[in-house]
Design a protein around this ligand. Structure first.
Ligand code: FES
Length: 251
């Protein structure tokens, strides 16, 4: 990294490279883990818990087929049927765009540090032009979020009735953070009132917009926390399903 610092024409003498390095490490780790978990096609359901990577379970070959829209011809991992929505939502997210443009493309890597490439084309050329579809991914992400809430509620339903296990709380924390991440989305704030020229005749819209604006200020935080919570929830379900750990039943 010291080579990078020396070869980058900047007068900054602090360790500005730590943040991009951390972001590259975390996003690379998450991408590898998500792909690995998707390819596993097993140990994603430990009754009554379903891994968030497999929710909603849309294929008949699911261990927990809640909405078997896809017939038995589907032989691949059912996670592939839903992966595109959360992936597209995150890849086109305004916050993540800033994060990976800086850390992966060095465009620019940090404040007062020049771009790695002399010319900046922004998002005016393909494929970056496609980032504009983020608002549509927002709607799709809401559908997936609704299923995640449903699966979380099912995580409180045990064979002998209502109960609370550690897994129930892990899933609840995960879906809570995912909800905060989705509701703090810039597109959500815009759709709920940001596009209005005046709030004078829309007091309810104004209150909603103000609440979302407060959430929006922490969007980056929710982006990271929800990324880790998805992994934690999948890992917990996976370890219970494998028999590596036992779920703790609280009551
Ligand atoms: S801006 Fe990040 S999810 Fe919409």
């Amino acid at each position: 990294m010291s080579t990078i610092v020396r070869s980058t024409p900047t007068e900054r003498v602090d360790r500005w490279w730590i943040e991009p390095l951390l972001i590259v490490s975390v996003l690379t780790f998450f991408s590898i883990y998500a792909l690995w978990a998707t390819l596993q096609n097993g140990f994603y359901y430990a009754a009554p818990y379903l891994s968030p990577f497999y929710s909603p379970c849309l294929a008949q070959n699911c261990a927990h087929p809640e909405l078997p829209l896809i017939g038995s011809w589907w032989n691949l991992s059912p996670a592939f049927l839903v992966l595109g929505v959360p992936l597209g939502f995150r890849v086109t997210c305004y916050y993540y765009r800033k994060a990976y443009y800086r850390s992966f493309f060095w465009s620019p890597p940090a404040c007062a540090v020049p771009d790695a490439r002399p010319r900046f084309s922004g998002e005016t050329v393909f494929p970056f032009l496609l980032q504009n579809i983020h608002r549509y991914f927002f709607w799709l992400a809401l559908v997936v979020l609704a299923f995640l809430w449903w699966d979380t509620l099912l995580g409180f339903r045990f064979p002998n009735g209502f109960g609370v296990g550690l897994g129930s709380l892990v899933l609840l924390a995960n879906v809570g953070l995912l909800s905060l991440y989705s509701l703090s989305c810039h597109s959500c704030r815009h759709l709920c009132g940001g596009y209005l020229d005046s709030f004078a005749r829309s007091p309810l819209r104004y209150r909603l917009w103000r609440t979302l604006t407060r959430l929006n200020a922490r969007h980056g935080l929710f982006a990271w926390l929800s990324l880790f919570s998805v992994i934690a929830a999948d890992l917990y379900v996976r370890l219970v399903a494998m028999g590596a750990i036992q779920d703790i039943r609280l009551f």
